[in-house]
Design a protein around this ligand. Structure first.
Ligand code: VG1
Ligand code: CO
Length: 541
């Protein structure tokens, strides 16, 4: 075998964001760009010698090429064994599952998640640690520092592997195992979710649609829902992973999953609708006639998890990202368990899960997960919902209504201002920051500001501190606005404004109507139009 040491120079922009390094495809196509980043990752894994590494991605454009490059670099850096999903595919939760099961030192996950794919789309590389979760900030910072200092990378000169043939192969001294990407994941689901109950549900005529959005979850959903649980063929639509996701935006929300929404809100809606994102870690839940916000879904799953075998013993605690609505907090209080509030991004849940402080966690952006892996898990959330529907016998729309009747309803919307000038987006945040002290007591759009601060997180497990994680404004009228800048975008800046309002007894009002004054207050306080030139957000979800 020939190991080459190739001289290189650093790229200045390889800083991981909310979830790994995400850039436009042409940026990743620059010579040495992928090699540098993968070498920098491996340099920060001290015990890589003789270790197992998991490699796979969401199948987007460049996936196969980057899998091959990653394997060659891994082989040249002392990795003894690589586990690769067939076709180079592994959903993000399945990668987490395989890392944990194999006792791997970590995984290199190729995904830009919900961002569009194709030659002009986005690509991404993320490192997951031995616990199966996204590398914590300390590690991503070390990776970034390493990218700035790199002078060479090591690579084995070898022909491309056949990624489609399950079995063993070698690159230099490294053994490569091409594995069925679904098997380990399906086995884990069988342990924690009541498959016989779901099978009986489908056998009784229950109908659902799962929209895989031409992304990685297709093969998983087909094998499990149609193959194992007896859902009729055709339940899973857009099931073939495509390098450009069929030209769509693989983001499961009411805007991008419009076909599913149209079906579920129409006269022929099946009993349950769901979708997942590019890399399979997000989920969208739709009951007939009713979209379930991810924040509500987290709260409902928390309230009902005991119906599934994996959670029958109860929950240790729960966590939500700060911008996620406070619906789950009410459930936690009723259950007598702790609710933690973390910054946006799954990497902050890892310590809480590892320490056994929480069992379930989630984000407003359609991410829900549990201690079964260390990533959010789209299909798992759908299976847990099905388990609960089977166990309670309640139609999905009634289950949601029952939940609100017991806990009240958190009306919720997220307004995204995409591709804003970076300076303008920063000006919104700076402006708010500088006025935090004088906001309490102010009246705006008929609401009264009760408190305003900038979220700062102290990790309860290791004491690490993460600053500037979003500005939150609480109103006396049980409403809240949160402002933060996205850490996953690849063009300009994206300003996210999260709007919510709680009502204990108005359960069936129109969302827009309930939120109208809060939206008005959010725009006025942030001076969004004046600073960005945008009268309206680009996407409302
Ligand atoms: C977004 C979401 C965040 C999520 C992240 C990764 O980040 O808001 O909740 O964890 O994407 O999701 P940001 O910084 O753009 O708001 V995905 O499915 O990568 O894996
Ligand atoms: Co994702």
């Amino acid at each position: 075998m020939t190991v080459s040491t190739v001289p290189t120079t650093p790229f200045p922009d390889q800083k991981p964001g909310t979830s790994g390094l995400r850039k436009k495809v042409p940026v990743f196509q620059q010579p040495r760009y992928v090699e540098n980043f993968v070498q920098a990752i491996l340099d920060t894994v001290p015990d890589r010698e003789g270790a197992t590494l998991v490699v796979g991605g969401d199948g987007r454009y460049l996936n196969r090429e980057v899998v091959q490059t990653t394997l060659r670099i891994a082989a040249a850096n002392g990795i003894a064994r690589a586990l690769v999903g067939q076709g180079g595919l592994l959903s993000t939760p399945a990668a987490s599952c395989v890392i944990r099961k194999a006792g791997a030192v970590g995984g290199i996950v190729l995904s830009a998640s919900h961002n569009p794919g194709g030659p002009d789309g986005d690509f991404g590389i993320k490192f997951n640690a031995a616990n199966g979760g996204p590398a914590p900030e300390s590690v991503t910072e070390a990776i970034f520092a390493r990218t700035r200092a790199l002078t060479e990378y090591r690579i084995v000169e070898a022909p491309d592997l056949d990624l489609d043939r399950i079995g063993r192969a070698r690159i230099g001294a490294m053994e490569v195992e091409i594995i069925d990407p679904v098997a380990d994941y399906a086995a884990l689901m069988r342990e924690i979710v009541d498959f016989p109950a779901i099978r009986a549900l489908f056998a009784s005529g229950f109908r659902m649609r799962f929209d895989a959005m031409s992304a990685v979850t297709g093969p998983y959903a087909r094998a499990i829902l149609e193959g194992e649980l007896g859902a009729p063929a055709g339940t899973v639509v857009n099931a073939e992973p495509k390098p450009d996701f069929g030209g769509h935006h693989p983001d499961p929300n009411p805007v991008h999953a419009h076909d599913l929404m149209a079906l579920m809100l129409g006269p022929d809606a099946p009993d349950f609708g769901a979708a997942s994102d590019g890399d399979g870690d997000r989920n969208m839940i739709v009951a007939p006639g009713r979209f379930v916000t991810p924040s509500d879904s987290l709260a409902i799953l928390t309230a009902q998890a005991r119906n599934a075998p994996g959670y029958a013993a109860g929950l240790a605690g729960v966590a939500r990202s700060m911008p996620t609505s406070r619906a789950v907090d009410r459930v936690a209080a009723a259950l007598g368990i702790r609710a933690y509030e973390t910054p946006t991004g799954w990497k902050f849940f890892g310590n809480l899960l590892d320490a056994g402080l929480i069992t379930l966690c989630g984000e407003e952006s359609a991410g829900t997960g549990s201690n079964h892996v260390r990533e959010k898990d789209g299909l798992w959330a759908v299976l847990l919902w099905l388990n609960i529907l089977a166990a309670t016998g309640r139609p999905a729309q009634d289950l949601v209504r029952d939940h609100w009747a017991r806990f009240g309803r958190d009306y919720y919307a997220r307004h995204d201002y995409e591709e804003v000038e970076t300076e303008a987006a920063n000006a919104v945040m700076e402006g708010l920051r500088s006025r935090l002290g004088c906001l309490p007591g102010q009246r705006v759009a008929g609401l009264t500001v009760a408190a305003a601060d900038e979220f700062r997180y102290v990790d309860p497990v290791d004491g690490s501190v993460t600053e500037r994680q979003g500005i939150r404004i609480l109103f006396a009228e049980d409403a809240r606005v949160v402002y933060r800048l996205s850490g996953t975008g690849t063009a300009g800046a994206t300003l996210r404004v999260y709007i919510e309002r709680y009502s204990a007894d108005r359960l069936d009002a129109a969302v827009e109507e309930m939120l109208a004054p809060v939206v008005e207050a959010a725009r006025a306080l942030g001076a969004v139009a004046a600073l960005t030139g945008r009268e309206e957000p680009s996407v409302v979800t």
